[in-house]
Design a binder for this molecule. Structure first.
Ligand SMILES: [Zn+2]
Length: 487
């Protein structure tokens, strides 16, 4: 492979002190191609030289860990992952990865006391250095409000000058980010020689922006092509290019965390949505959770401002100040006035991660005896779906005017969201679309046993058109629109 000179002449990742070219490069050069990043080269050399690939565990352990990792890819199933990792470390307690990941699965659920206990056991059982575990301990203890201990674990993780992989570097950066230790993030990421990895670059770029070095941050953030972080990175790139600040509740701070990758924001949001006190369990991470919900426009500044009334602490005070400024500047309030009666707009993150501009609408529909199916269809179509179409959807902008083919598809699911019968496909032309839709809804309401639906309409980026979901107690009806010549 061709390799650039900065990589060739970097200190050898094995730690010998020689240049890479004159040390390990000849041994490894055949393993890489032109697509290989420097981070991957460094990771391969460090893991091989540290004997990590050669570690022998009890039979079946590696396979269980592999399956566990697969369970954590989208659609993520932490319960399944947790069970697999649990079995792996029971078979062989020296398997550090299994402990780390089992703890991570609990972390996704928000059972932080359990998380800490497991992570600590994993560190104690492992005969190997577990820098990822050290950084994880720092993150978990911070959530429990034990910041002094958290800082000690960060210090331990920073002692590792040759982290073995990008996941380790990212975990250390996350721990540092909780404490806004921007300069150390830049230094650690740079010294790791893995800062060309998208996730490492994401943290380094934001740290630089926080240090006021937007010029240096720009190309770094612009190169972030990681699924979870790309959208936020691009948002920051736009901010830098237009010399504006991102939406942040802490004045001039550039937030590190995003909803897709910051479980405390999920716990907070879930508690809030379920009517529980979101400050009850882990108050130390609530300020950061609120920041994520505001930055990604999942919650509105005014709502959060009322919620934190009477809360004390330095970070809460800063939060209050920031939220007040956002309320005064009108952030997040732009479309409340334009909604049809009974409809609420919420941020829709279901189509991807991070900050996007998509909204979905929600409305409750009571099926009353005095209303005909035609009345209900009208309420849903004219009072809900059509206004959404007009506001967000470009389906009608077709080169053939209104005479192009479309298909309306109806999926009937049970309460576990399993398909109960084959989807109904209704082909037609766009100029007949609303009549078709009305007829399908009249049929549905004519035959339904539900007393109430939660109606949701959102843009379906996969199929092309909006998707209407009627969530009843026993059934869920989904309607999708597709344009056959486009999708
Ligand atoms: Zn070497």
């Amino acid at each position: 492979m061709s390799i650039d000179s900065s990589t060739l002449y970097m200190p050898c990742p094995c730690g010998s002190g020689s240049k890479f070219k004159f040390c390990c490069w000849p041994k490894y050069r055949d393993r890489f191609d032109d697509e290989t990043t420097r981070a991957q080269i460094v990771q391969t050399v460090r893991c091989s030289e540290a004997g990590i690939y050669a570690r022998e565990f009890a039979p079946g352990v590696r396979e269980l860990c592999e399956q566990g990792r697969e369970a954590l890819y989208p659609p993520c199933d932490p319960d399944k992952g947790r069970e697999l990792f649990h079995r792996a470390r029971e078979l062989d307690p020296r398997e550090t990865t299994a402990w780390n990941n089992e703890a991570l699965c609990y972390w996704l659920h928000g059972d932080v006391e359990k998380v800490c206990e497991l992570q600590l056991q994993g560190i104690e059982h492992s005969p190997y250095r577990n820098t990822f575990g050290f950084a994880s301990m720092a993150i978990y203890l911070h959530a429990l409000g034990r910041d002094d201990e958290s800082s000690e674990w960060i210090a331990r993780s920073l002692e590792d000058r040759r982290p073995i992989g990008r996941d380790v570097v990212v975990q250390v950066c996350k721990a540092l980010a909780l404490f806004r230790r921007h300069r150390e993030i830049v230094d650690y990421a740079t010294a790791s020689f893995m800062d060309d990895d998208a996730r490492v670059a994401y943290f380094k770029g934001i740290a630089l922006a926080n240090l006021g070095e937007a010029g240096r941050a720009l190309p770094i953030l612009n190169a972030v092509n990681d699924e979870a972080y790309e959208e936020i990175a691009q948002y920051y790139v736009e901010c830098i290019q237009t010399t504006s600040l991102p939406i942040s509740v802490y004045g001039d701070e550039w937030p590190y965390f995003c909803y897709a990758d910051f479980p405390p924001a999920h716990w907070f949001e879930n508690a809030l949505a379920a009517g529980r006190d979101p400050f009850e369990r882990y108050p130390n991470v609530t300020a950061d959770a609120i920041e994520v919900l505001i930055t990604e426009e999942i919650r509105k500044p005014q709502e959060m401002l009322s919620l934190i009334e009477g809360r004390e602490g330095e970070r809460m005070e800063k939060l209050r100040q920031g939220l007040k400024e956002l309320v005064e500047s009108g952030v997040g309030e732009e479309d409340a006035d334009e909604l049809p009666p009974g409809v609420t707009a919420v941020k829709d993150n279901s189509n991807g991660f991070g900050a996007n501009d998509m909204y979905k609408w929600q409305m409750k529909l009571e099926i009353k005896r005095e209303n005909t199916p035609e009345n209900d269809a009208e309420t849903v179509l004219d009072g809900f779906v059509r206004p959404y179409f007009e506001k967000y959807c470009s389906l009608g902008d077709h080169e053939d005017g209104e005479r192009f083919d479309i298909a309306l598809m109806e999926y009937i699911l049970d309460s576990d969201r399993r398909l109960t019968e084959s989807p109904i496909v209704m082909p037609g032309r766009y100029d007949q679309f609303w009549d078709m839709f009305r007829k399908a809804l009249v049929d549905l309401f004519d035959n339904c046993f539900e007393s109430e639906y939660l109606c949701e309409v959102s843009l379906d980026t996969g199929c092309g058109g909006p998707i209407l979901a009627l969530n009843g107690e026993k059934t869920v009806d989904l309607f999708m629109v597709s344009i056959p010549d486009r999708y």
